[in-house]
Design a protein. Structure first.
Length: 112
């Protein structure tokens, strides 16, 4: 099973220590995250109750604060609109495989 990232959106005064599995998280496939990750680096997010960094924390919590939501939302809306014009089944270029001497082909199907 592929890795899935979870996101929560919080108000600026949210106590980061309250982040746990009971919050309503938004799950997104790792394959999609890797594909759009360069653009996600344009947003400052909060990593593991410790510090602000650009982009997603690949190995822990990423908190998107209220003040960053507009920029994050604009990015996600652009990606959604782009994927909406794709066919029902489409292929994305994945990581490069030295063994295969080619890029991984990621076949995705739209959820209806």
């Amino acid at each position: 099973m592929a890795l899935v990232h979870e996101f929560i959106l919080v108000e600026d005064d949210f106590d980061i220590k309250e982040v746990d599995s009971t919050l309503n998280a938004i799950p997104i496939s790792d394959q999609i995250i890797k594909y759009i990750s360069d653009t996600l680096n344009w947003v400052t997010m909060y990593w593991n109750n410790k510090k602000d960094k650009n982009g997603l924390n690949y190995y822990g919590y990423t908190v998107i604060r209220e003040r960053e939501i507009e920029q994050f939302k604009k990015l996600i809306i652009c990606w959604i609109e782009l994927f909406e014009i794709a066919p029902d089944e489409f292929c994305l270029k994945g990581d490069y495989s030295y063994d295969e001497d080619d890029y991984e082909k990621i076949i995705l199907r739209k959820m209806r």
